[in-house]
Ligand binder design. Structure first.
Ligand SMILES: Cc1cc2nc3c(=O)[nH]c(=O)nc-3n(C[C@H](O)[C@H](O)[C@H](O)COP(=O)(O)OP(=O)(O)OC[C@H]3O[C@@H](n4cnc5c(N)ncnc54)[C@H](O)[C@@H]3O)c2cc1C
Length: 458
C-alpha cells in the first residue's frame, strides 16, 4: 500500500492524501445507524483530471475506491470496505448559474442547500430538498436520486439532471446530456449513473435544471387522533379536491417527541397521535388562500383536531426545523433500525395500520415519519432499553414482515435512501432475479475489475 500512497501523492498534492487514523475516522461512516468501515487512505482530488488518474491507478492496481460526498447517506453507500475513500469535498464550486437557459453547472461537492440559496437570489428554484440539505452534496444526491419533502410536486433529483460529467471506473471521462430540456440522441446514458449509488461512475460535474421560484408559500399543521383520518385527508386533498401541495409530510407522536427533545421546542397539539404538515406554494396568493380553506375543511371533515395556518416565515421555518431534525433526534435516543419503504399512495392507510400491528406483535417501539404524499414512510424501530438478545431476535423478523407487506402491495424496500450496504441482503425481496442479473451485467461492463464501491447494492 505504501507505493500506492506514494503514487497518489504524485497525482494530488501531498496534503490531499490522508492516512492518519484519527483524521480518517470521520470518513469511515455515514449517518446509517451502527455502520462503520475501514480504509487505507482518504484522497481529496481537486479536478476531474485528478479523479480520472486516481481511478486509472485503482483499476490498474485493483484497489477499491469509495466515492464520498457529505457522508449523510442512510444506507452505508459511502462507508468504505477497505481501499481508498475518494472524497469529492474539494470539488465544491458552483461554476455557473445560467439564467437564460435556467440551468446551474456545478461540481459534485456543492452542498444542496447552498445551490438552492444561490438559485433563489436569481429568483430561480432548485426543488430537490432532502432534509439533510445543509450537509449533503449534489454528487451524493445524484448517486442516490435523492428526494425530499417537495418531491410530491416537483419530483426527485433525476428530474433535474440535464447533463453529467462522469469518470468511469477505468478512468475514462464521459460527458452525457447538456443544457438541454430534451435529448433523444441515442441511449440516455445519464440515467444509468443517477441512483447508481457510486458503483458505476464518479460524477465530477452536473448540469441541473432550475425553474422559476414560487413567490408565495404557506404551511398548514393539522393534528389527528387517528392515522386513518389523516390518511383519508391526504387522499382527499390530492384526489377529491385535485390540489397538489408542494409537500405532505407525516409525523407520528414518537417522532414528534424525539424532535421536541432535540430542539427543546414544543410543537402545538400535544394530544395528537400524528401531525400532517402541508406546504402549498405558487404565484397567486388568493388561490393559495382558497386552497388552504379547502384543505382545512377536508381535514375537519375527517375529524382533525384543528388546523393551524403558518404564513409568516419564522413560524414556517420552526415547523420545518421540527420536521427536518427527526432522523437525527431519533438516533440520539439510542440504537435505531431505520427503514425507508415506499408503497403506492393508495396503500398508505393499510400500511400504517400494519405498522401499528407490527409494533404490538413484535414488541418493539416504532416511530414513523416521512413523505406520506409520495407513499414513502421512514419506519424507525427503536431499541430503547430492550436487552440485546431480545432486540437481535425480534428485529429481523419485524423487518422481514414489514418488507413482505410492502412488496405484497406493489411497494419497494427503499424510496429514497438506497440499498448501499445496509439493505443489500434484502434487495432480492424487492427486485426480480432478471433485473439483478441485468444490474450485475451493467456493473461488469462498466467496472470489469469491481473496484468502484465494491459490495454495495449487489
Ligand atoms: C438528517 C437526514 C435527513 C435526510 N433526509 C433525506 C431526504 O429527505 N431525502 C433523501 O433522499 N435522503 C435523505 N437523507 C439521506 C442522504 O442525505 C441522501 O442520501 C443524500 O443524497 C446523500 O448525499 P451525501 O452527499 O451525503 O452522500 P454520501 O452519503 O457521501 O454518499 C451517498 C452515496 O453517493 C455516492 N457518491 C457521493 N458522491 C458521489 C459522486 N460525486 N459520484 C458518484 N457517487 C457519489 C457514495 O459512494 C454513496 O454511495 C437524509 C439523511 C439525513 C442524515
Amino acid at each position: 500500500m505504501a507505493t500506492i500512497i506514494e503514487k497518489l501523492c504524485k497525482i494530488v498534492e501531498k496534503s490531499a492524501v490522508i492516512t492518519e487514523k484519527d483524521v480518517m475516522e470521520p470518513y469511515l461512516h455515514d449517518e446509517t445507524p451502527g455502520l462503520k468501515g475501514y480504509a487505507e487512505a482518504v484522497v481529496l482530488p481537486s479536478s476531474t483530471d485528478e479523479v480520472s488518474q486516481i481511478m486509472e491507478l485503482a483499476n490498474r492496481e485493483l484497489i477499491a475506491i469509495t466515492p464520498r460526498g457529505g457522508g449523510t447517506g442512510l444506507s452505508g453507500g459511502a462507508v468504505p470496505q477497505g481501499g481508498i475513500v475518494l472524497s469529492l469535498e474539494k470539488l465544491n464550486r458552483i461554476l455557473d448559474i445560467d439564467v437564460v437557459n435556467s440551468v446551474a453547472v456545478v461540481e459534485p461537492g456543492v452542498i444542496t442547500g447552498t445551490l438552492r440559496e444561490e438559485a433563489e437570489k436569481l429568483t430561480l428554484f432548485y426543488p430537490p430538498d432532502p432534509a439533510s440539505l445543509d450537509s449533503c452534496t449534489i454528487g451524493g444526491n445524484i448517486a442516490e436520486d435523492a428526494g425530499g419533502a417537495q418531491t410530491l410536486k416537483y419530483g426527485t433529483t433525476k428530474n433535474y439532471v440535464l447533463g453529467l460529467e462522469v469518470v468511469l471506473p477505468t478512468g475514462e471521462v464521459i460527458f452525457t446530456g447538456g443544457k438541454l430540456r430534451k435529448n433523444a440522441t441515442g441511449y440516455e446514458l445519464m440515467h444509468i449513473f443517477i441512483g447508481s449509488e457510486g458503483t458505476l461512475g464518479v460524477v465530477t460535474k452536473a448540469i441541473l435544471k432550475l425553474i422559476p421560484a414560487p413567490k408565495y408559500r404557506v404551511d398548514l399543521l393539522i393534528p389527528f387522533t387517528e392515522f386513518e383520518n389523516l390518511s383519508r385527508t391526504v387522499l382527499d386533498i390530492l384526489h377529491k379536491h385535485g390540489i397538489l401541495p408542494a409537500a405532505l409530510e407525516f409525523m407520528e407522536s414518537k417522532a414528534i417527541k424525539a424532535s421536541e427533545q432535540h430542539t427543546g421546542e414544543k410543537l402545538p397539539f400535544p394530544e395528537a397521535k400524528a401531525l400532517l404538515l402541508v406546504e402549498l406554494d405558487g404565484n397567486d396568493s388568493d388561490l393559495l388562500a382558497k386552497q388552504y380553506e379547502v384543505i382545512g375543511e377536508a381535514a375537519l371533515n375527517n375529524d382533525a383536531i384543528d388546523v393551524l395556518v403558518a404564513e409568516d416565515e419564522r413560524r414556517r421555518a420552526d415547523l420545518w426545523r421540527a420536521r427536518r431534525v427527526i432522523s437525527e433526534a431519533l438516533k440520539s435516543t439510542g440504537e435505531v433500525a431505520h427503514e425507508d419503504v415506499v408503497v403506492p399512495r393508495g396503500e398508505i392507510p393499510g400500511l400504517l395500520k400494519y405498522i401499528e400491528q407490527l409494533e404490538s406483535t413484535h414488541g418493539l417501539p416504532i416511530a414513523v415519519y416521512g413523505h406520506i404524499g409520495d407513499g414513502n414512510l421512514h419506519v424507525n424501530i427503536l431499541k430503547h432499553d430492550i436487552p440485546d438478545d431480545v432486540w437481535q431476535q425480534r428485529l429481523p423478523a419485524l423487518v422481514h414482515a414489514l418488507y413482505s407487506k410492502v412488496v405484497s402491495v406493489g411497494g419497494k424496500i427503499s424510496g429514497e435512501h438506497g440499498i448501499g450496504l445496509a439493505k443489500r441482503q434484502y434487495l432480492s425481496m424487492s427486485v426480480s432475479p432478471e433485473e439483478i442479473t441485468l444490474m450485475r451485467n451493467m456493473k461488469k461492463m462498466l467496472d470489469p475489475n469491481n473496484i468502484l464501491n465494491p459490495g454495495k447494492v449487489l
